[in-house]
Ligand binder design. Structure first.
Ligand code: AQP
Length: 337
């Protein structure tokens, strides 16, 4: 029996942080054995906000190497670069032409990111969710692992597939595009900023102390944890809305130690911040150490890294071309001459 297919990706917009790891990549690692997994570095998405062309290629390789260092295994999954698989931009254009503009204007992430950019908002930023729909739909993905923040985008992809392609262009009740389901990840869905427990940890936050980078040195990790915002109460706990920082830091602790929430609570519910912070810092450093070692090992040989990505690109191109051809045919384009 064919395995169900999963697709996901991260933008190479800067240095990946533990939110990207705990909320996304760590989950992919456990999915790759059960599902046919495609993971991409979504570099076309990375230019929807102002970017530095001198850094894009390096950030792309860095992101791919981090996937591998975190445990993605090219024998069990396909790792590829979005901009090197031409079907993505092509399907995005076809979907653009059938997607109503007012669907796009409702997207929360667009509104949030647009505010930060004032007069500089690009059409690409508005179009980001359609490109994401193309990414997902091209691989006939059954499941898409999503955090809370991406649920609205997945719903849009489902609506485009169902209402704007299958209903309008499908013939004899046959669907053209597979409508994917969300794969909701229970734990680590959202890691929050270290300086504000109500805001998502994010690569684009101008304040570097708001996040722990996957490649941060042990000293830097400890420094950032020591500076992290706390409150005046003693004892760590989950789920208290008035204590978002306690919830976030205890969540990080339970995830990096893999001990689960019950044991984390047992260990830390009576602990003061002075005792908890060094414990948390050490736990993060220990969890990141093997990832960092593997990352630096991989980066010694960029040719080998590029070869892995080349294999991924070839597989992704093969699979995605089939879907693209189906959509072009349904829309009435002339067959390849
Ligand atoms: N703080 C987070 N907690 C849990 N999961 C997170 N993800 C991102 N931040 C957190 C998950 O990482 C995946 C890829 O994210 P992305 O880089 O494509 O875009 P993003 O969600 O916009 O991430 P950032 O770090 O906030 O990047 P910038 O600042 O560049 O926009 C997604 O699965 C996401 O859920």
């Amino acid at each position: 029996m064919n395995r169900k297919r999963v697709l996901s990706g991260v933008q190479p917009t800067g240095s990946l942080h533990i939110g990207n790891w705990l909320g996304a990549i760590k989950n992919w690692v456990s999915l790759q054995n059960e599902y046919e997994t495609f993971v991409c570095v979504v570099d076309l998405h990375a230019i929807t906000v102002p970017h530095n062309p001198k850094e894009l290629a390096e950030n792309t390789l860095k992101t791919a190497a981090i996937y591998l260092a975190c445990g993605m295994d090219p024998k069990s999954c396909s790792i590829f670069i979005q901009s090197q698989v031409t079907s993505h931009a092509e399907l995005c254009w076809l979907l653009n032409c059938v997607t109503p503009l007012n669907w796009m204007e409702r997207m929360i992430q667009f509104k949030e990111k647009a505010i930060k950019q004032g007069d500089n908002v690009s059409i690409g930023l508005l179009d980001y969710p359609v490109l994401m729909a193309a990414d997902i739909l091209l691989y006939e993905s059954d499941l898409v692992p999503v955090g809370e923040d991406q649920k609205q985008h997945l719903e849009l992809a489902r609506n485009i597939a169902q209402q704007r392609i299958n209903s309008k262009f499908g013939t004899n009740g046959k669907d053209i595009l597979k409508v994917p389901e969300a794969l909701i990840i229970r734990e680590g869905a959202k890691i929050m900023s270290l300086i504000d427990g109500t805001k998502k940890m994010s690569k684009s936050d101008p304040n570097d102390t708001s996040r722990i980078g996957i490649l941060d040195s042990p000293d830097l990790v400890m420094k950032k944890i020591k500076k992290a915002k706390t409150d005046s109460q003693i004892g760590l706990e989950f789920g208290n809305k008035d204590r978002p920082e306690a919830n976030n830091l205890l969540t990080i602790y339970s995830l990096v130690t893999n001990i689960g929430t019950d044991r984390a609570l047992e260990e830390c519910s009576d602990m003061g911040w002075g005792k908890f912070k060094p414990l948390l810092g050490e736990a993060i450093i220990n969890a990141l150490e093997p990832i960092q070692n593997k990352y630096y090992e991989l980066r010694k040989d960029n040719i080998a890294l590029k070869n892995i990505l080349k294999q991924g690109n070839i597989k992704a191109q093969e699979v995605s071309e089939l879907t693209l051809a189906k959509v072009k045919k349904a829309l009435g384009f002339i067959e390849n001459i």
